[in-house]
Design a binder for this molecule. Structure first.
Ligand SMILES: Nc1ncnc2c1ncn2[C@@H]1O[C@H](COP(=O)(O)OP(=O)(O)OP(=O)(O)O)[C@@H](O)[C@H]1O
Ligand SMILES: [Mg+2]
Length: 344
C-alpha cells in the first residue's frame, strides 16, 4: 500500500542484465519509499545497483537489462495538477517503456540529473534551446514564453547574466555551470520527483557545496521530492531527510537520517559508518575499512549477500537463508537475521 504522503514506493524491485557471461542481478530486491517534499538519499558502494534502480524508475534500463520483478508505485497527480491533493497510483513497471504515459511522466513529472552533464547536454544546441525543448515538450507555451521561462530558470539556479548565458553552448561553460543548466532543465517542468545520480561527483568541493546548497534551496521552495544518489555519507548528512542503504542490489536498511547515523542496525551500515572520519569523535580510534571485497556481481553469495564480510555472521543461517526486510521501529526497516524477532 502506498501511503498518501509518499510520492513513490519501490517494492522488491528486481532488474537483471542478461549478458553472454551470465545474469547480472544489478537490482535484486530493492524496497524504499520517497516522501512528498522530502529528500531520500540512496547510498552504497560502487556497483551496488544505485544507478540501475534510478534507470528502472524512469524505464530507461538499457538492453540486455530488464525489470523482472517488483513494483514501482508512483502517486500520479490527477488532472495534471502538480501539487494538488488528488492522486492515482501508477505501477511504472507495467507501462510500456516507449509508450505515451511514461513519456509524459519522464521529464515532466519525474526528471533526472546525471553525474556527468557533458554527456547529457547536446553540444550542438545552446543551453537555452535545450531548456526550452524540455519546457515545450511537456507544457503548452509558445517559443517566446519558453525563452522567458528558460532565462528565469537560469536565474533561479544562480547562473550569472542569464539573458546572455541562455545563448551559450555547453562547451563555453564550466562543469559547475553545466550542472546548473542540467538542474534548470530537470526543474523546468516543476516535477513531483527529481532523481539526482551523483550530480556533484565530477565537481571540485567548493562548487559541490554551492550545487548542494542550490538543490536544497530549490527543493524547499518548490516542494519537489528528491532521490539523491551518492556514495558520500557526508553529502547524505547534509542533504537528506531519509536514507536507504544499498548492498549488492538490495536495500539493507532505510530510516530517517538521524537513525541511520546514530542508531544504525544493519552490520553493513554500521561498518560503513566506522569507515568514515567523523568530526567530534573523541577516541583516537583508527578508521576501520570494511573487511573483504564486494563480491563479483555474477556470483552473489547465497543467503544474505553481506555474510562473507559480516562480523555477526550466524553459520547455517546467514549463508543459507535470505533475510526478510522487516520493520524494527516506525520508519525504520532492516534486512538482517539479527532483527528477525523484533516487532514494533
Ligand atoms: N548496461 C549494463 N550491462 C550490464 N551490466 C550492467 C549495465 N549497467 C550496469 N550493470 C551492472 O549492474 C550493477 C549495478 O550497476 P550500477 O551502475 O547501478 O551501480 P552503482 O551503484 O550506480 O555504482 P556507481 O557508484 O559506481 O555509480 C553492476 O554490477 C554493473 O556492472
Ligand atoms: Mg551509478
Amino acid at each position: 500500500m502506498v501511503e498518501q504522503e509518499e510520492v513513490l514506493r519501490v517494492e522488491e524491485l528486481r532488474t537483471y542484465f542478461y549478458t553472454q557471461e551470465g545474469v547480472v542481478r544489478a537490482v535484486d530486491g530493492a524496497s524504499f519509499a520517497v516522501k512528498r517534499r522530502k529528500v531520500l538519499g540512496i547510498v552504497g558502494e560502487s556497483g551496488c545497483g544505485k544507478s540501475v534502480a534510478a534507470q528502472s524508475i524512469l524505464r530507461i534500463v538499457p538492453p540486455p537489462g530488464r525489470i523482472v520483478g517488483g513494483k514501482i508505485l508512483y502517486q500520479r497527480p490527477l488532472d495534471g495538477e502538480k501539487m494538488g491533493s488528488a492522486f492515482e497510483t501508477v505501477d511504472l513497471t507495467e507501462l510500456h517503456p516507449r509508450g505515451p504515459e511514461i513519456r509524459e511522466i519522464r521529464g515532466g513529472e519525474i526528471s533526472m540529473v546525471f553525474q556527468e552533464p557533458m554527456t547529457s547536454l547536446d553540444p550542438v544546441y545552446t543551453v537555452g534551446d535545450q531548456i526550452m525543448e524540455a519546457i515545450t515538450l511537456h507544457q503548452k507555451v509558445n517559443r517566446r514564453e519558453a525563452r522567458l521561462r528558460a532565462i528565469d530558470m537560469l536565474d533561479q539556479v544562480g547562473m550569472p547574466r542569464p539573458e546572455e548565458t541562455v545563448d551559450s553552448y555547453p562547451h563555453q561553460l564550466s562543469g559547475g555551470m553545466r550542472q546548473r543548466v542540467m538542474i534548470a532543465i530537470a526543474l523546468s517542468c516543476h516535477p513531483s520527483l527529481l532523481i539526482a545520480d551523483e550530480p556533484t561527483t565530477a565537481l571540485d568541493v567548493t562548487t559541490e557545496a554551492q550545487i548542494l546548497d542550490l538543490m536544497r534551496n530549490l527543493q524547499q521552495q518548490m516542494g519537489t521530492a528528491i532521490i539523491y544518489i551518492t556514495h558520500n555519507l557526508g553529502v547524505i548528512a547534509e542533504m537528506c531527510d531519509d536514507v536507504a542503504v544499498m548492498y549488492l542490489g538490495k536495500v539493507v536498511e532505510q530510516a530517517d537520517v538521524d537513525a541511520i547515523f546514530y542508531n544504525p542496525k544493519h552490520p553493513y551500515t554500521q561498518a560503513l559508518l566506522r569507515s568514515i572520519p567523523r568530526i567530534g569523535q573523541k577516541t583516537k580510534k583508527r578508521l576501520e575499512p570494511i573487511k573483504g571485497i564486494v563480491p563479483d556481481p555474477y556470483a552473489i553469495p547465497q543467503g544474505c549477500p553481506f555474510w562473507p564480510r559480516c562480523a555477526h555472521v550466524m553459520p547455517d543461517l546467514c549463508d543459507q537463508v535470505p533475510p526478510d526486510y522487516v520493520p524494527v521501529a516506525p520508519n525504520h526497516s532492516v534486512r538482517c537475521h539479527l532483527y528477525r524477532q523484533e516487532k514494533i
